[in-house]
Write a protein that binds this ligand. Structure first.
Ligand code: GLN
Length: 536
């Protein structure tokens, strides 16, 4: 086993250039060459984790199997690599400071003054090495959030500098991603911001080894040479990342320019053969040349920011490709759906998905969407709050419990069909206190749920405080909505289904967190399939 190699991906010039996708693409290429790879994200903000952040602030909160609420980039890592990440894969400044302060309170620093250097930087290095030190991975790719030059990124860049110094260039490599803007008026690509950004890195003592330039236009050979010369890197270490229609093309574009081979060579490793990318290319072929199209309404309240539902979106792509089908997703704002317009707004879709969420804003719109799907035999997938809405809707319009609700929205409802979990009562802190992470679920045979999974025991990831109130289960089952998935230890209802409907499934967990390119989630696959079939 080679000692773990560390690759740091930093960003300059602007944020949102796709560091996560570049990291995941490189990881995919190394994995496809047979190496064990993992990816980590270091986020420079003070929140301990993004769990308490509004999705409008930071997009979706992704949840790992071990119950960590993390940055959405971890979703990309899992979707690309097909291996689970964990709490150790996402570390924020808040978490770093929390550990250092806890150590200080315990007296671990033996009376020393606790400072950013060396104590914070040591803790950053420890968190990076924690992933590498288990002889599990050949490569740990660490993406540093934010932009080089930000005050809050400084300790991270300093930690990279120290690690490079300690372990040397063959064990620690820096890839810097920048933007090369295109000036419409003169028809030119400009490299000056890249040069400045590299200078900024150099000021902190880090010489990047490879530059990835995000661009809307092809970079000429001449331009690459110029960047190489002024930024002090080898010409073959200037790689372009051109805008593409799907993120899943990026690994192939990186491979065509030899990113993986360059990394291996620079880290003193032998470059033999090519990465095995056939399954990936097959997926891409299906994604880009589908035979069918299906139209899905995604009903949620964070629809202005598609990043809020990024895992659901990607799950549709994986499941669509599996069904040879393009999934056209239309976002419907649940706050804008009401009694007067819901039939018109929801008409014509092949399937309806009601998204996860919190609080009562837009809740009646979601309940109406579930009603429309149920009454019109339209395939329906309700996720977390989406399941809870379907349950409330069924209670009100099938079971005749007019005032039924979730106690999250109506504390005094006479029929709390969705209620706070026993274990949640008395919890007042918000951070990391929900029912989080993977729990087992047993599937009832001879149901559409079972047909989708093809197995009785599954494990799914959660992020919720409320649950189906089992007092109503018998009545619901008699009326035609049955529990098809339950937690074997607590009997908590995990999945509800209407067997008489074409395909109506609601899940308390989040299937979207575990759908990957090469292993789409079975419920998404079955949902899309149901939207394509005509027969009942
Ligand atoms: N607000 C609901 C709960 O806490 C649903 C959560 C979700 O959709 N992730 O149970």
């Amino acid at each position: 086993m080679i000692p773990t190699k560390y690759i740091f991906v930093t960003g300059g010039v602007a944020s949102s250039l796709g560091k996560g996708i570049i990291s995941a693409s490189l990881a995919k290429l190394l994995q496809a060459r047979g190496y064990m790879v993992t990816i980590q994200k270091l986020d420079p903000y003070i929140n301990v984790d993004p769990g308490t952040l509004n999705p409008y602030e930071h997009g979706e909160c992704y949840v790992t199997e071990d119950g960590a609420e993390t940055d959405l980039d971890l979703g990309h890592y899992e979707r690309f690599l097909g291996i689970p990440t964990s709490q150790a894969n996402n570390v924020t400044t808040g978490r770093i400071y929390q550990s250092v302060i806890n150590k200080e309170r315990r007296g671990d620093y033996l009376g020393k003054t606790v400072q950013v250097i060396p104590h914070i930087t040591d803790e950053i290095k420890r968190r990076v090495k924690l992933l590498g030190g288990r002889n599990k991975y050949d490569f740990v790719i660490t993406e540093i959030g934010g932009t080089v030059g930000d005050i809050e990124s400084l300790p991270y860049v300093e930690a990279v500098r120290q690690l490079k110094w300690e372990l040397g260039d063959q064990q620690v490599l820096n890839i810097h991603l920048t933007l090369v803007p295109y000036l419409q008026s003169s028809g030119e690509l400009k490299t000056k911001p890249t040069q400045h950004s590299v200078k900024m890195l150099l000021e902190t003592g880090v010489q990047p080894n490879i530059l990835v330039l995000r661009t809307s236009h092809e970079l000429s050979e001449e331009l690459r040479k110029k960047v190489a010369l002024f930024c002090n890197v080898e010409p073959d270490s200037v790689i372009q990342s051109i805008d593409v229609s799907t993120i899943y093309e990026v690994p192939l574009l990186m491979q065509q320019q030899g990113l993986d081979a360059t990394v291996l060579r620079k880290m003193g490793m032998e470059v033999t053969g090519e990465p095995e990318l056939k399954p990936w290319k097959d997926f891409l072929q299906k994604l880009q040349h589908p035979r069918f199209t299906t139209r899905i309404a995604l009903v949620g309240k964070y629809v202005e920011l598609p990043d809020a539902y990024i895992s659901i979106n990607e799950s549709f792509k994986h499941a669509g490709a599996m069904n040879d089908c393009r999934v056209e997703v239309t976002y419907l704002h649940s706050e804008q759906i009401d009694e007067s317009n819901y039939k018109g707004l929801l008409k014509g879709f092949n399937g309806i998905l009601v998204a996860p969420g919190f609080g009562d804003r837009g809740i009646e719109g979601k309940i109406l969407a579930a009603r429309y799907a149920r009454e019109n035999n339209i395939p329906f997938l309700g996720i977390c709050l989406g399941l809870q809405c379907a349950v409330v809707e069924f209670a009100r319009h099938v079971a005749g419990l007019d005032k039924a609700h979730s106690t999250e929205m109506a504390l005094k409802t006479p029929d709390p069909v969705i209620d706070l979990m026993e274990a949640q009562k008395g919890i007042t802190e918000k951070g990391g206190t929900m029912r989080l992470g993977a729990y087992p679920c047993v599937i009832r045979k001879d149901t559409k749920t079972f047909e989708a999974y093809g197995t009785v025991e599954v494990s799914e990831r959660h992020r919720h405080r409320y649950e189906f109130n089992n007092k109503y289960l018998e009545a619901f089952e008699k009326l035609g909505m049955i529990a098809t998935g339950t937690n074997p230890e607590t009997s908590l209802v995990e999945i509800m289904e209407i067997p008489a409907h074409k395909w109506f499934v609601g899940v308390q967990f989040h299937p979207e967190y575990s759908s990957t390119v090469l292993k789409p989630h079975p419920l998404f696959v079955a949902f899309i399939k149901a939207t394509l079939t005509k027969e009942k």
